[in-house]
Write a new protein. Structure first.
Length: 481
């Protein structure tokens, strides 16, 4: 039975017809295309449907129709005639229903549309975090048992038109994110009281929590973190999006203690870049991490996110924040001036160089993302990481070879096939000529490993612990007008 939803959708659209003949960019590839059918009381008609980002295109009888399905209502339905599964899309007072093998197109539609059956699909297990406008829960899909993070907005808390626009903007931006270092959105649900964002469950906690309990990171590890973030932000900017609130609290580890897989989250203050600077919120961010041009009320562009990553680099290298005042207003003033103390920071000249270029107070002099990725601090440490990865591979190979040498059996040379005992099926067999060379290789690798272990032990003993506890004062204020 097809359920009807009686409440008025938060995203209800005013339209005079379903097919609005939206202009289609023919240079963009179709996400998917397939043949479906439409049912009427009198006949069944075939139709060809295509998806192009947020547009649905129908071809029927040599005619083409198109419509924008962003935030349209989306439901799974069953045919009254033959029990085939279908899809119903609702825009205002108009609906469009089609049937067939709908899984592929439904998976695409649910990324852009609004569904209404959250409680039939998911079970909320516990609360993870609570904010001003939203609460994040751990939820489980009833059909797959996969776990997700659900960002839940209570409708009555979104009291004015500006807050509503900001929610829709955040949803629009999250749908654009398709990169490993960026949080995205899988589905959106709505009922009479709540709106639900279904997102990836990140299990490692945020970077701020990690830094509070950890030792000082090596420059190789720091460069890896910065490089990954630059890649994520570069993709974000390619989609026309400014984040404007990059800080350790908004950088989430996908798995516990894995700094190689950090995700940029919380797009609540993100916006689409506008040349005229006409943003929903113009002066926004977290004091101590904001680019000075935002605080000065000057026009700004994508380089505001470079500055915030520079603040993060400063914290990772020094163990302290660059702007800490006695109160919130003093912190904002110091941040606006952009005067930074680089004294007593123990780091390489390459690290210092990149940090200063990223924290340049004047945006026109600030380094770009592409130049930052090509900076020696990044490229040199990439080579070091590759060298370390090669050493780790050699150590693994050495263990495998050593195991093989221990169980190698020299067969009797004969022109007939070798009849092997069943117990020897798991053994690696080498000829007599292979064994001396194999033994030589194992000994050579073992000698290299011994030297590497000795050097690593000395290096670890010489490292001093650094207190990286950060002053978290004033970081809760995010928007100031």
């Amino acid at each position: 039975m097809n359920q009807k939803y009686c409440f008025k959708s938060y995203f209800s659209q005013q339209c005079t017809q379903f097919w609005d003949n939206t202009k289609i960019d023919k240079t963009q590839k179709y996400i998917m295309e397939d043949l479906y059918y439409i049912q009427t009381p009198l006949e069944t008609m075939p139709c060809n449907l295509r998806m192009n980002k947020k547009n649905l295109i129908m071809e029927q009888d040599d005619r083409q129709y198109s419509t924008n399905v962003e935030n349209a209502g989306l439901e799974l339905i069953t045919s009254d005639f033959n029990n085939d599964q279908g899809v119903r899309i609702t825009k205002g007072n108009y609906t469009f229903e089609f049937f067939g093998k709908i899984k592929s197109i439904f998976d695409q539609l649910k990324r852009t549309s609004i569904q209404f059956n959250f409680t039939q699909r998911y079970t909320i297990k516990k609360m993870i975090a609570k904010g001003t406008f939203a609460t994040i829960y751990l939820a489980e899909c009833k059909f797959t048992q996969n776990e997700y993070a659900v960002k839940c907005f209570e409708k009555r808390q979104i009291s004015n038109e500006k807050d509503k626009k900001n929610l829709i903007k955040e949803m629009q931006i999250l749908r654009l994110m398709n990169h490993n270092q960026l949080l995205t959105i899988y589905e959106v649900f709505e009922n009479s009281s709540y709106i639900y964002f279904i997102q990836e469950l990140l299990k490692g906690g945020d970077l701020h929590e990690y830094l509070e309990r950890s030792e000082k990171l090596s420059e190789v590890k720091v460069s890896q973190i910065i490089y990954n973030l630059l890649n994520g932000v570069q993709y974000m900017h390619s989609q026309g999006v400014l984040h404007r609130d990059i800080k350790p609290e908004n950088l989430i580890l996908r798995q516990k203690n894995n700094l190689n897989d950090i995700v940029i989250g919380d797009f609540g203050l993100a916006d689409i870049y506008k040349y005229d600077g006409n943003y929903l919120y113009r002066r926004c961010g977290t004091p101590g991490y904001v680019a000075p041009e935002i605080l000065r009320g000057q026009p700004y562009d994508y380089k505001v996110d470079i500055y915030s990553i520079g603040v993060l680099l400063y914290i990772l290298l020094s163990g302290r924040r660059p702007f800490v005042g006695k109160n919130n207003q003093q912190t904002i003033k110091l941040n606006e001036m952009g005067d930074i103390n680089y004294d007593d920071i123990e780091c390489s000249s390459e690290a210092m160089s990149l940090m200063k270029k990223m924290l340049e107070s004047q945006p026109e002099n600030r380094i770009s993302i592409l130049s930052a990725k090509q900076h020696p601090f990044i490229t040199n440490n990439v080579q070091k990481r590759e060298s370390q990865r090669t050493k780790n591979t050699l150590k693994l190979d050495m263990k495998c070879l050593a195991q093989q040498e221990c169980v190698s059996v020299s067969p009797i040379l004969t022109s007939r096939p070798l009849n092997r005992h069943p117990l020897m099926n798991n053994f690696t067999i080498h000829t007599p000529r292979q064994l001396p060379r194999l033994s030589h290789d194992v000994k050579a690798i073992a000698k290299t490993e011994s030297n590497d272990v000795h050097r690593t032990t000395i290096s670890r003993q010489s490292m001093s612990r650094a207190n990286l506890r950060l002053n978290n004062q004033f970081t809760n204020l995010q928007v100031f007008l």
